[in-house]
Design a protein around this ligand. Structure first.
Ligand code: APR
Ligand code: ZN
Length: 317
């Protein structure tokens, strides 16, 4: 048995309880990781509000990195003391809820590495793996939060131009420029669809990414793409929400509307790639962390995200 502090969601819309939990030893195929840091992701906030239904009680903090403490029988990929990024989509092929990590050399601090475990992979992967954006193609990004900024830096890596960032919050639009957006649009004061058309020769963008989780913004993303363009939904709308688009444009304008989960990533291939890009100075991780917290401040961290004060907050243990 190991023990650790955890942020526990006992009921929807109730304050999180930070409490010690006893964790049993890992069984066959399981790995026990002591988390060093966890990014504060909006998906956890969706779980708190109930928009993303979760079996309760549950421990929040899936954007994690840490050090392997123990491994169960049959675990080959990692060993105790390995530094790992958590992967919340299984890849062992035998167990749906497996929580294996991907080992990397210990030179990348855990507070940067954890971001790769969700937001960075989700955002960069949506551009590189899901959409496969080509150099010179135009990209519009709706939502410049912790994940949206990574869609923007994914678009930079892909050589996209222009890269148009849309948000309601000027601070987020400032971050967007820092991450490589060539143009920014405040959707609070400017119609974002018209703005994207204006910036793309009135054709519409080759790709638009919705990185918020709002059905009406999915519609905007669809309207902002050109004939034959693709709107990629990364944000997670509430479980009961329906999304509407003008049906006629699906065949007549040959538009596509697709979803992207976890950047369509192959984690064993893509985590080391992203870590290498960070080491080479081509992937911004340090700049994402605009505030740090201890676990006792977890509620404060979510409030700051809701108020749009941070690019990404990170909890360190
Ligand atoms: N138009 C434009 N921008 C908006 C709008 C809107 N109508 N509403 C909200 N935003 C912006 C916010 O100002 C914020 O910058 O969307 C951004 C959301 O960012 P975060 O709160 O940091 O959320 P993030 O962690 O990036 O997650 C976004 O992606 O993976 C999913 O589950 C995740 O659905 C969530 C989404
Ligand atoms: Zn997440």
């Amino acid at each position: 048995m190991a023990s650790a502090q955890a942020a526990v969601l006992n009921a929807v819309r109730e304050p999180l309880s930070v409490e010690p939990l006893a964790v049993r030893d890992p069984r066959d195929g399981e790995v026990l990781v002591r988390l060093g840091a966890s990014g504060v992701c909006h998906s956890d906030l969706h779980a708190i509000t109930g928009d993303l239904p979760m079996p309760l009680p549950c421990v929040l903090g899936h954007e994690g990195a840490g050090v392997v403490e123990k491994v169960g029988a049959g675990v080959q990929r990692v060993k105790p003391k390995d530094h790992v990024v958590l992967n919340w989509v299984p890849f062992c092929g035998s167990c749906w809820y497996c929580n294996s990590g991907n080992a990397y050399e210990a030179d990348v601090p855990l507070d940067r590495a954890c971001l790769i475990g969700c937001g960075v992979m989700t955002g960069v992967g949506a551009v590189i793996n899901t959409a496969r954006v080509q150099p010179g193609q135009s990209v519009a990004v709706f939502g410049a939060g912790g994940v949206g900024l990574n869609v923007i830096q994914g678009a930079v890596l892909a050589g996209a131009n222009p890269i148009i960032a849309i948000d309601l919050n000027e601070r987020k639009l400032g971050f967007a420029r820092q991450f490589g957006a060539t143009h920014t649009v405040n959707a609070g004061s400017t119609d974002p669809v018209s703005a994207v058309l204006d910036l793309t020769g009135m054709r519409g963008a080759d790709y638009a990414f919705e990185v918020i989780g709002r059905p009406e913004v999915v519609t905007q993303a669809f309207m902002a793409i050109r004939r034959g363009g693709k709107a990629v939904v990364v944000g997670v709308p509430p479980a009961t929400a329906m999304v509407s688009v003008p049906g006629m444009l699906l065949p007549l304008a040959e538009k596509s509307l697709v979803g992207s989960l976890y950047g369509s990533a192959n984690m064993t291939r893509d985590v080391p790639r992203l870590i290498d890009l960070y080491r080479a100075g081509k992937l911004k991780l340090d700049e994402l962390i605009t505030r740090r917290y201890k676990i006792a401040q977890v509620s404060e961290a979510f409030t700051a995200m809701e108020k749009g004060e941070v690019a990404r907050g990170v909890i360190t243990f």
